[in-house]
Design a protein around this ligand. Structure first.
Ligand code: NAD
Length: 248
């Protein structure tokens, strides 16, 4: 494993345009449950509760769940070492862009800036009638469902099942995929479509793939060149340490 980490560090050091692609696993050590896996949300909740048709038919009920699962959990969560390593690598010019499926804002809090938030972010709420964005705060989500000044229902600015990927994030992610020659995938099963296609397309265009995960994913035996098995925080820190040997 050590030599794999060294090899991965060498790829990053020599790459022209490294990007990262992250999923729920990177935030697991920040205390945010993943969807799949032993303690994953799918073991307790029906995925249909996260479908846009359920939200529009039952906004108050849906909001109670969203508030408990996302807003209250995120309010208590802080970035972990894995988020910080990716931010430091961006600041040092070794990672050029980050595509995340996460909605918890922890990459931004850690200091990453060139981020495509593929599934949106709970930082903002969007009005279903006038499409205005409103910053989420305790007052606004005190009465459920929260309502816009225009009278429309406010929804977290995240993608529910059955909704399209936000255009701006989709374009940004696509630009990154077109440019990248090395993608670091962290903590995702690769089962959520269409996000799951981004690493596959990057690889098809010639990008090498480094993957960090506690268990093999749908990518591991298909497109991954170097699989670093372990928790995101320790594995990425080891990788950063190997890179600093090369950068001096
Ligand atoms: P997932 O829940 O399907 O899978 C989590 C993956 O992370 C698994 O492959 C697991 O082996 C790995 N993992 C778990 N703990 C890890 C750790 N400490 N270090 C490294 N890897 C670890 O996640 P997904 O593939 O990202 O798909 C879930 C969807 O749900 C995404 O679209 C995402 O938007 C959303 N989601 C987001 C959050 C969040 O914002 N933090 C949380 C739950 C779900």
């Amino acid at each position: 494993m050590k030599s794999n980490t060294r090899e991965a560090a060498g790829l990053i050091f020599n790459s022209r345009y490294t990007c990262a692609f992250t999923g729920a696993g990177i935030s697991e050590e920040s205390g945010i449950p993943t969807f799949r896996g032993e303690d994953g949300l799918w073991t307790k909740y029906d995925p249909e509760l996260f479908d846009i048709s359920y939200f529009t038919a039952n906004p108050a009920e849906s909001w109670k769940l969203l508030k408990k699962l996302f807003f209250e959990t995120f309010a208590e969560s802080r970035p972990n070492e894995a988020h910080y390593v990716l931010a430091r690598l961006e600041q040092g010019g070794l990672i050029k862009a980050l595509i995340t499926q996460n909605i918890d804002n922890l990459h931004f809090e850690a200091g990453s800036r060139n981020i495509a938030e593929y599934h949106g972010n709970c930082r903002d709420l969007v009005c279903l009638r006038c499409r205005k964005l409103v910053r989420a705060n305790d007052k606004i989500i005190g009465n459920l469902p929260p309502v816009c000044r225009c009278g429309g229902t406010l929804k977290p600015d995240i993608i529910f099942f059955g909704e399209e990927i936000p255009r701006k994030a989709a374009l940004k992610a696509q630009k990154t995929v077109n440019k990248t020659d090395l993608m670091i995938i962290v903590g995702t099963t690769g089962e959520v479509y269409p996000a799951s296609l981004l690493p596959i397309e990057a690889n098809r265009r010639g990008a090498k793939i480094i993957e960090v995960n506690t268990s093999p994913s749908s990518y591991t035996n298909v497109i991954t060149d170097i699989f670093l098995q372990g928790k995101a925080s320790t594995t990425l820190k080891e990788l950063e340490d190997e890179i600093s040997i090369l950068t001096g």
